[in-house]
Design a protein around this ligand. Sequence first.
Ligand code: SF4
Length: 304
Amino acid sequence: MALFMKVYVAEEAGFCFGVKRALNIINSLHEKGHEVQVYGQLIHNRSVLDDLKAKGIDCIDSIDQPDPKKTLIIRTHGIPKQVEANLKKNGVKYIDATCPLVKKLQETTEGLNTNTPNTQIVIVGDRNHPEIIAAKSYCPDAIVIDSEEEAHNMKSSDHIRVVVQTTSDVDFFEHIISILENKTENLHIQNTICSATKVRQEAIKKLAPRVDGVIVVGGKNSSNTKKLYNIALKKNKNTFHIEKSSDLNDAHFTGKLKEFKSIGITAGASTPPEEIKKIEKFLNNLTSNIEKETNHGRTERNAG
Ligand code: SF4
């Protein structure tokens, strides 16, 4: 058991601009007495979604028949172009909380549509993620690639035009680009990874090798949290992904953490600051408990 444990929080972690903006929109409507419903999971964080639910704000999976008494909010990840067109056509009242940087990805993707022959448009990202499903709708001819293997298997083209998911791993994207460079003489790259993603990834790259263990906090279905976990794991094999502070209430897990002299914390862009504070507090309490246990052991030995 380590005698002292130092706890460090990465320089950049937790809520990003897009998530704060979406929550501000919803909370201010709620405070003004509007009834609100959100299309899809507003963000990929269970505790935030539970808080919204407690306020009577539900996330609905389909917007075919939204409740007409409620204001519909479009989630941060955006929706496909045709779905938005249908909302307008049907006169559905909605407020778009799509992150402006996700909107920018959609616009950039749409701008890649071209009549130039032998041009392949590529979206690098998770094809099952709502952000990428929405972005692809702006350029149906685009192909989505999400692995080195898929990049290698791509056919060569005279022109390749590329965009990338806002929450992609910066190093992974650079690697994919290096593969695509061998597939064309005309590679046109639009790096649409958002700045919040970049700074969070940089911060954990710096912190992870300097500590004995790393805790990554965020939804298991959160794309940017999974990237942070993988980046941290490459730098530190003692990396753990938890969703919320109560996941630490596990004796086996805390037993492991007690072995470390230092722990770093990072959190995905949809993790609230209160959750990071709770984890920091929990780990600091663990430190004082270690001291107490150690002192108690010493006293017992002295007494013996
Ligand atoms: S991670 Fe980036 S793109 Fe996604 S909501 Fe936050 S700021 Fe917007």
